[in-house]
Design a binder for this molecule. Structure first.
Ligand code: UDP
Ligand code: MG
Length: 315
């Protein structure tokens, strides 16, 4: 059988504690796969996203010891989205798997994902969290609300609980790479490109070591990223409010005339219309800001070092 390469793409930000555990686990899982399917080859591509701990040293070490271990080290922290993009752009695999370093995306599911895609029935296999156990209640509430809202106002359906843990074909990778937008929201991008996706339902797993860099505000910001990147509804909202405010203005005017309370009428009007205008302007501003970033065509990431560069330098 012809050889097939599977690339594992791993975004890492300050993961020194968990990397050794992660390495053991992927070597165990891929070793097993290799003995079952000898035609499979593997490549482990780590993206060091400007870590401040020993992550880069560890990745250098791994790449010297085993040529299947590759890495791309960013010049600074660009965020997980940029990491995933860099991984997809630089991987050589016939298939690519994106997974977190903290073992919250269990590598032991990779063989099952491969089976789904190999069968030809699916182009992609991913995981979906069915429980939000161990997550703060308030966060769960906001997450649930986010999915409800975005699925109402966007044409791209975003599956509740779908994770970034994905096994996909080269065709799907290329499709994702063709979307070069700067404000990236992978949950939307995975769904926008289409393809047949099998979701494996999993329980929430705790981080194996280290700590998460996400907090409520970062998540909230990320949700808005999703809404502005995949829906133009907020723009029409501005128009709807404008119409309402126009009608309200007429009603207020009538009341002001009947009650002959000029002062009250005028003050209400000014406050109300002023608020609405600001709201519309703010909404427009959001999109202009996005368009501005896209128009600049800034790179999504900048490479500081790779295993190739490192090895050459050592020679
Ligand atoms: N990550 C990254 N850049 C960042 C933040 C996170 O590459 O700026 C990586 C991180 O190392 C991990 C994955 O993205 O492999 C998910 O991050 P984390 O576990 O902190 O998020 P959570 O699982 O809590 O959503
Ligand atoms: Mg995590």
């Amino acid at each position: 059988m012809e050889k097939e390469l599977i690339s594992l793409i791993v975004p890492c930000y300050n993961e020194e504690e968990v990397l050794p555990l992660f390495r053991d686990e992927i070597l165990r899982v891929t070793g097993k796969m290799k003995s079952r399917f000898p035609h499979l080859e593997f490549e482990f591509l780590f993206i060091n996203d400007g870590s401040r701990d020993r992550t880069l040293d560890i990745l250098r070490e791994y790449s010297l010891a085993d040529s299947r271990f590759r890495y791309i080290s960013f010049s600074r922290n660009f965020g997980k989205e940029a990491g995933m993009f860099a991984g997809l752009e630089n991987c050589k695999g016939d298939y690519a798997v994106i997974l977190d370093a903290d073992l919250q995306h269990p590598p032991k599911l990779i063989p099952q994902m491969y089976e789904y895609v190999r069968s030809g029935e699916f182009d992609c296999a991913g995981t979906r969290r069915v429980s939000r156990k161990g997550e703060p209640k308030l966060l769960s509430f906001f997450s649930e609300s986010f999915y409800k809202v975005i699925n109402k106002i966007s044409q791209t359906y975003i599956i509740n609980g779908a994770q970034d843990f994905r096994f996909m074909t080269r065709q799907m990778v290329d499709a994702i790479l063709s979307m070069r937008e700067y404000s990236r929201f992978s949950k939307g991008i995975f769904s926008w490109v289409g393809f047949r996706t099998k979701f494996i339902e999993i329980e929430n797993t705790e981080r194996a070591a280290g700590k998460t860099t996400w907090n409520f505000w970062k998540l909230l910001k990320y949700s808005f990223e999703g809404i502005f990147a995949f829906s133009t509804f907020p723009l029409s909202l501005a128009v709807i409010f404008a119409v309402i405010s126009f009608i309200a203005a007429i009603v207020l005017l009538i009341f002001a005339i009947i009650k002959t309370s000029e002062m009250l009428g005028i003050m209400c009007l000014i406050c109300f219309i002023g608020g609405i205008q600001l709201f519309c302007l703010g909404t427009l501003g959001q999109y202009i800001a996005k368009a501005y970033l896209e128009v600049k065509k800034r790179p999504i990431y900048i490479i500081g070092e790779t295993e190739e560069i490192y090895k050459k330098r050592k020679e």
